[in-house]
Design a binder for this molecule. Structure first.
Ligand code: PLP
Length: 388
């Protein structure tokens, strides 16, 4: 039996040890100096000016879309049909309209030509999801968005450490979002990060994270500006934007600080694992032309070739027999345009027209890839897959 769970040991005994020590020595557990320290070290690791720690990647998505509405108004957001529901839910809940652009099979992420085709005068932003550890950026896309002054928002929730031409993804967009959910490259149990170089977006993200209060700004300039603008309320309790409470806690930050120390080493192992997996698969049966340059995959992606339903069924049977945990249609369940919430909100969207997203929905699945995974298990898995 292969026995391959989706994730293993992502919160280590060492992390728990740090947490226990912190709990014994401290009495402030809500957002405080460890959160600030985690934000600082994360910004340094990524290479951005500002990071805002929140309680999930979805919260990062929700705050980002709310800021876009607050500062630029409602409009169309070009988004990926492969990814996670909160990307799309955040767009809809902020009053925007999602416009889907189909994806590539090579990196499961939106195709640059398809994105460019969808740009209209109503486009407020492109929300580019770097799917399952792949770099979704191209120079052409960056150039066009710059020329047309369309904000790029990067969703890096599944791609910590992936790079475009050697530069970390999450440093190209006006805002980038990360998730530290248990299954991802690193975990704070639950958690997320909003990152930006832009001072105004930073101050707004801080307000949205904490009820919309102006006192959450950490710039005196912004505080003064709001105080002069809003004279009918107390500066301690001026709610300037319709904010949330999406703060995290010191406990999650303590885990994050320890996890960050081993992120790069873990990512190297994940890259090696993924390469070994792809190199050994039979390219006649399974798609192996993935764009590995700059990728850091926390999952293996299995994509059956030629719409071979029978092979797909044999794979599912073998995984069940061998106790290999898997998810059909990749991490977010495949084509998000098929989901009931989306159909209700946007009845005009035709999921079937997103040809590659549909292919991934029907013939794709994902399996766990983590640093402690033994090479022998990868070899065994590929041997069994190739025999089917
Ligand atoms: C692409 C993407 N965006 C956003 C999220 C949401 O992150 P979280 O699970 O931390 O809410 C996820 C999910 O896990 C994701 O894969």
């Amino acid at each position: 039996m292969i026995n391959l769970p989706l994730m293993d040991n992502n919160i280590t005994r060492e992390d728990v040890g740090f947490l226990i020590e912190f709990l014994q020595k401290n009495d402030i557990f809500t957002q405080n100096k460890n959160v600030v320290e985690f934000e600082k070290l994360w910004s340094q690791w990524l290479g951005v000016k500002h990071s805002i720690f929140v309680n999930s990647g979805s919260s990062a998505n929700f705050i980002t879309m709310a800021i876009l509405k607050e500062l630029y108004g409602e409009g169309e957001i070009i988004a990926s049909p492969i990814g996670w529901s909160s990307d799309i839910a955040a767009i809809i809940n902020a009053g925007h309209k999602p416009v889907f652009a189909d994806v590539n099979l090579e990196n499961l992420s939106m195709n640059d030509e398809r994105i460019i085709e969808k740009i209209t005068t109503n486009t407020k932003a492109v929300l580019l999801t770097h799917v399952l550890g792949f770099n979704a950026l191209t120079d052409k896309l960056l150039k066009i968005l710059k020329e047309r002054n369309i904000p790029l928002i990067e969703d890096c929730c599944e791609s910590h450490g992936a790079t475009h031409k050697g530069q970390k993804i999450g440093t190209f967009g006006r805002i980038s979002n990360f998730s530290f959910y248990y299954a991802h490259h690193m975990s704070t149990i639950e958690g997320g990060m909003i990152c930006t170089d832009d001072e105004k977006l930073y101050q707004y993200a801080r307000m949205f994270r904490s009820h919309g209060m102006t006192r959450e700004c950490n710039s005196q300039e912004y505080k003064n500006e709001f105080e002069n603008l809003y004279t009918e309320t107390y500066p301690e309790f001026t709610f300037a934007v319709p904010g949330f409470n999406m703060r995290s806690t010191e406990l999650n930050a303590v885990i994050g600080l320890n996890q960050l120390k081993r992120l790069d080493a873990n990512n190297r192992s994940r890259y090696e694992n993924f390469k070994l997996f792809v190199e050994q698969l039979d390219p006649g049966k399974y798609f192996t032309d993935f764009k590995l340059d700059g990728s850091i995959n926390y999952a293996f992606i299995l994509l059956v070739r030629n719409g071979d339903d029978e092979l797909y069924q044999r794979v599912v049977k073998m995984f069940r027999e061998e106790n290999v945990e898997f998810r059909r249609g990749t991490a977010g369940g495949g084509n998000l345009a098929r989901q009931p919430f989306l159909k209700k909100a946007c009845p005009g969207v035709d999921a079937k027209k997103l040809t590659n997203a549909e292919y991934i929905h029907q013939y794709g699945m994902y399996l766990g890839n983590y640093p402690t995974l033994e090479k022998e298990k990868i070899n065994m898995l590929c041997r069994k897959l190739n025999e089917l």
